[in-house]
Design a protein around this ligand. Structure first.
Ligand code: MN
Length: 224
């Protein structure tokens, strides 16, 4: 009985293994200047080609020749407390930025009906959700991320994590599947906004890819 319960808990975080082709560096689906004026081209270029690429390279080096080479990141994160700081920081940095590029778009979007309903159910309104997420992003001390995530019961929640941690990690305060992430490291905004993190966070709402957030929610709910 215990084994069944433990297994039941773990499977909700296990992605579709058939789709795993090894750890790949994602292509950016838009130009470096596509998110201007909200995120400037120079920041995008440095962020993608130096920071993200650096996390990816260091992660590959750290897992080289180990079974983690063949393990999807989501599975690595579910027992990340057993791995090194190098794998935690660089694996997190690799995954978090994959998600970050995907959850932004230059084409302004409406929130899909399904997603809007889910947000209203768990936060009261879209504005209340945005307020909670923005506050999490603005008040994260030092470097880290703000997240919209969904827990095992399908409930949406806002959380934030330090450094390159994320809600998939077994050591996160609140665990779930990330749907939307915002990078609040200074490297994400300092060239354009300097110390004005709040302005960067408020502008983020102009470039959110709600279709991707919605798709991620559906995938997370299907995996249950
Ligand atoms: Mn970053």
């Amino acid at each position: 009985m215990l084994a069944v319960l433990v297994f039941g808990t773990l499977t909700s975080f296990v992605p579709n293994k058939q789709n795993f082709k090894g750890h790949e560096f994602p292509k950016l689906e838009y130009d470096f200047n596509a998110l201007e004026p909200y995120i400037d081209a120079q920041t995008m270029e440095l962020h993608y080609t130096k920071h993200h690429q650096g996390y990816y390279n260091n992660f590959l080096k750290a897992v080289d020749g180990t079974k983690l080479e063949e393990t999807p990141l989501e599975n690595i994160f579910s027992s990340i407390s057993k791995e090194s700081e190098t794998i935690r920081n660089n694996g997190g940095g690799y995954y978090n930025h994959n998600l970050f590029w995907e959850n932004m778009t230059p084409s302004k979007q409406q929130i899909p009906g399904n997603l809007q309903k889910a947000i209203e159910k768990d936060f009261g309104s879209v504005d209340a959700f945005k307020e909670e997420f923005s506050t999490a992003a603005k008040s994260r001390f030092g470097s880290g991320w703000a997240w919209l995530a969904v827990d095992e019961k399908g409930k949406l929640f806002v959380t934030s994590t330090p450094n390159q941690d994320n809600p998939l990690m077994d050591l996160a305060d609140e665990r779930g599947t990330p749907l939307l992430g915002l990078d609040v490291w200074e490297h994400a905004y300092y060239l354009k906004y300097q110390n004005r993190r709040a302005e960067y966070v408020d502008n983020f709402w102009n470039i959110v890819n709600w279709d991707v957030v919605n798709k991620r929610l559906q995938q997370a709910n299907t995996r249950k």
